[in-house]
Ligand binder design. Structure first.
Ligand SMILES: Cc1ncc(COP(=O)(O)O)c(C=O)c1O
Length: 497
């Protein structure tokens, strides 16, 4: 039966002289030139802002009209509002005083790549729908593999985030259990399915837990193995957990080693984990979202030992390789497992090319952005040497900061500093809970000042400050400013006791 539609049109194309189309080429060019000036001015002057805007939730929306514009508005007016309303009310990740979380900067070359990628607006789901996007993605992932001296033959592709990269890797690990036929039969209501268990340290990122949730493994079966005094996964505890699980009828599937944990940047004993994974026939995934990038410097490669045994490895060029958010590279030893986990080719997506990579086959999403373009621009514009220099510079600044902390009476560094993140706390003569409160107030006071933004974490239940250096604009004077703010706030809080 035919569906009838109301064919009365608001206008007919034959009566329309000009098709509505996009804005004119001249308007586009003029606005893009102005946007280029806005971007360049912003990056040049970002230090004039407080790192975190002094605003309350809801302040941004209160400045915006409640209803959408009925008529199109001039781009100049929109850009005026961008400059007036939006830019000042963001947290400035590009600020030299941004030292919170993992400090990440999108560099000039990366911003240009991002702009051109949205100009092309390709959707590289298939090689056919984005040949240069597909091949540049494969090529730049391989460049990065070479820079990190990862084994030849690893297949790399780009996802938005490490959370998704790890999820896909662990989905491939699950797919490897061919006897369980999970892709076809699912996991629900099956009496033949043993509980699947996965392992990571108690310092692993929450994205690993999220992968366990999403894959139906469940948080209860994501074993968080205790870490040692340097926050590295304890091998003896891993062995114990696997043995206990096997005795209880569970099926160990995968173990995740973190190369640069989120709180302290500790490095799990990757060679030992690899050996256990091999012996137990488990998948070995390495989460190097932040710190693996440092492996482009030969002097850091020794810290990465064992990564070459991984079945899958993730790093985020958007964290410490100056590619604008988002860009996460996942390498897998056996890409066929990813395809077996995810590939579904409906009629409307078949193409005639054979022997090409169709990126839709390697994950959940169909459509994908052309992220390789910005990575290509960054790798070329800085070159390996330029990237090495920048990473070394950050690590040197962090080393100086760690030495400063060590020299301060009343401050205590609470973790080794292998890369560019320093964890420390004040140790006033107070009971532990009150010490925590003191340190919380210390972070708040430092951040309230404006020129720097630091973050915090908890280690062994205790509240600690965390300063991470990874910003392209951070110089010694910015780190000194952070030190002065810590000293001043520390002194004031002690005086108030
Ligand atoms: C070690 C580690 N893994 C994974 C992630 C998650 O990264 P993403 O935001 O790309 O998902 C982070 C974030 O900081 C991290 O530190």
């Amino acid at each position: 039966m035919c569906v009838t539609m109301n064919t009365e049109q608001p206008f007919s194309t034959s009566e329309t002289v000009e098709p509505p189309g996009d804005i004119s080429a001249d308007d586009f060019r003029a606005a893009l030139h102005r946007a280029a000036d806005l971007a360049a001015d912003y990056l040049e002057q970002v230090h004039d802002y407080p790192v975190v805007p002094k605003i309350e939730p809801g302040d941004v929306r209160a400045l915006l009209p409640t209803e959408p514009p009925e008529e199109g508005e001039p781009l100049d007016q929109i850009l005026d509002d961008y400059k007036r309303v939006i830019e000042p009310r963001t947290t400035h990740w590009n600020h030299p005083g941004f030292m919170a979380y993992f400090a990440v900067t999108g560099s000039g070359p990366g911003i240009i790549g991002e702009t051109l990628a949205s100009t092309l607006n390709v959707n590289a789901m298939l090689w056919r729908t984005g040949p240069s996007a597909t091949e540049l993605e494969e090529h730049t992932c391989d460049w990065l593999r070479q820079m990190l001296q990862l084994p030849e033959g690893l297949h790399g592709h780009i996802n938005d985030t490490a959370s998704i990269s790890s999820l896909l890797a662990l989905a491939a690990a699950r797919e490897r259990l061919v006897d369980l036929d999970i892709r076809r039969k699912g996991m629900a209501g099956r009496s033949d399915l043993p509980p699947l268990t996965m392992y990571c340290s108690d310092q692993a990122h929450s994205s690993i837990d999220k992968a366990a949730i999403t894959l139906g493994v469940g948080l209860e079966h994501m074993r968080r193995i205790p870490s040692d005094e340097a926050f590295r996964l304890r091998i003896d505890k891993l062995e114990e957990a696997i043995a206990a699980d096997k005795a209880a009828g569970c099926r160990p599937v995968a173990v995740v080693g973190t190369l640069g944990t989120t709180s302290t940047t500790s490095i799990d004993p990757l060679p030992e984990i690899a050996a256990i994974a091999k012996r137990e026939n488990m998948w070995f995934h390495v989460d190097g979202a932040y710190a693996l990038s440092a492996g482009i410097c030969p002097e850091y490669r020794a810290l990465m030992e064992g990564v070459e045994h991984a079945d899958s490895v993730v790093t985020n060029p958007h964290k410490w390789l100056f590619v604008p958010v988002d860009c996460s590279v996942l390498w897998v030893r056996d890409p066929d497992l990813l395809r077996r986990a995810f590939s579904i080719i409906p009629d409307y997506l078949t193409t005639t090319e054979t022997n090409v990579t169709n990126l839709m086959d390697y994950g959940v999403q169909l459509g994908r952005r052309f992220r390789a373009l910005k990575m290509w621009m960054v790798l070329r514009a800085f070159g390996v040497k330029g990237l090495q220099e920048r990473i070394r510079y950050h690590c040197a600044l962090a080393k100086d900061l760690a030495a400063w902390v060590d020299a301060q009476p009343g401050l205590e560094r609470v973790a080794p500093t292998p890369f560019s993140t320093v964890c420390f706390r004040a140790v006033p003569d107070l009971p532990p809970d009150e010490q925590d409160e003191f340190n919380e107030r210390l972070v708040a006071a430092v951040n309230r000042a404006g020129p720097v933004f630091v973050s915090h974490t908890r280690l062994r239940e205790r509240f600690v400050l965390r300063i991470s250096i990874g910003n392209l604009r951070t110089r010694p004077e910015h780190v000194e400013q952070a030190q002065q703010l810590v000293t001043r706030a520390h002194g004031q809080l002690l005086a108030e006791l």
